[in-house]
Design a protein around this ligand. Structure first.
Ligand code: PHE
Length: 337
């Protein structure tokens, strides 16, 4: 039995040295419940009482030795695996990195920020209003009663008979005047909606920027001066503006305002379609009815308002000929700005 134990030990230790040793299989084969060492211990019953403790002790020693060698071998393998992995995954921190692509502001956002800066520079504050609006603010308070023809050109999307997606930023005028007493000097940029089919110059969703000034003694020349300053800052110092008589129910008198074409300087070219002028906004003196609707006395105060299309201004500024380009998220377009 001693020889048998000796044999088992030698065989196990030898196998453990082999390069392709399967340590787990070896543990089962020698030390497991059905393993060789256990088999020997089972045969102990046949021994004499004197032999039993001697063989028992020896068997324990053999087991301990095999276990120790096995543990050492497993530890060795683990370390080797770790070293291999470290070598494989070695990182050269001096290698040039892969640059991540930086995005930037959408051209409309950029134009909006630029316009905001210009008006803030003239003392305006930014006011906001809801895109889902009451008929009252979008139309009635602006002197556009039901069945007024002005509603035709501003047909929009209705949530209920009374609630709609605003077709212009002008309702913000009313909301500001209801809350604030003069002097008022605000601009209000934001989304507006109209049930227009999408084509090169129309979109059911677009953006406007409203302007409103109310104070004592505000006149048309204040409006002209403000818009001229804006146009020069936005399109260049040589830019001229032109007022054409127009009609809006909420301003009186009303005008449409053009800027001289910044490409040809007014001679006529492709950008201004040979006109020399480009229309960018509607404006006028706030109608006395509108002031009254908002609890402001038109005998004491007067004001002007204007509203311009953000897409319009941006397209003019950058020579973009299709409004759809703004909404398609095509990077080939967006990257140019
Ligand atoms: N809200 C008008 C439009 O959408 C523009 C406008 C604003 C006109 C303010 C006059 C004063 O056409």
């Amino acid at each position: 039995m001693k020889e048998k134990l000796q044999q088992i030990k030698e065989a196990a230790l030898l196998e453990l040295k082999a390069a392709d040793c399967d340590t787990e299989a070896l543990r089962v084969r020698y030390l497991g419940k059905k393993g060789e060492l256990t088999a020997v211990l089972r045969g102990m019953g046949a021994l004499t009482p004197e032999e039993r403790p001697v063989i028992g002790q020896m068997a324990n020693e053999v087991r301990a030795e095999i276990e120790a060698a096995l543990t050492a071998r497993v530890a060795e393998e683990k370390e080797k695996a770790l070293n291999d992995r470290l070598a494989r995954e070695k990182l050269d921190v001096t290698m040039p990195g892969t640059p991540s692509r930086m995005g930037h502001q959408h051209p409309l956002t950029r134009a909006q920020r630029e316009m905001e800066e210009i008006f803030i520079g003239m003392g305006f504050e930014i006011a906001e209003g809801p895109e889902v609006e009451y008929d009252y603010y979008n139309f009635k308070a602006l002197n556009i009663p039901e069945n007024h023809p002005a509603r035709d050109t501003q047909d929009t999307f209705y949530i209920t008979d009374n609630i709609l997606l605003r077709s212009q930023t002008s309702p913000v005028q009313v909301r500001v005047m209801e809350k604030q007493s003069p002097p008022i000097r605000v601009i209000s940029p934001g989304r507006v909606y109209r049930s227009d089919a999408l084509d090169a110059t129309h979109s059911p969703l677009f953006h406007q920027m409203e302007g409103l000034v109310v104070d004592k003694g505000i006149t048309m020349s204040d409006l002209k001066g403000t818009l001229e300053t804006f146009a020069k800052k936005m399109f260049g110092e040589e830019t001229k503006i032109r007022f054409r008589p127009h009609h809006f129910p909420f301003t009186e008198p009303s005008a449409e305002v053009d800027v001289s074409c910044f490409v040809c300087g007014g001679k006529g070219c492709r950008v201004c379609k040979g006109e020399g002028w480009i229309e960018i906004l509607g404006a006028g003196m706030v109608h006395p009815f509108v002031l009254e609707n908002c609890g402001i006395d038109p005998e004491v105060y007067s004001g002007f308002a204007f509203g311009m299309g953000l897409e319009r201004v941006t397209m003019t500024r950058y020579g973009i000929d299709d409004i759809r380009l703004f909404y398609e998220n095509d990077e080939r377009f967006l990257k140019q700005f």
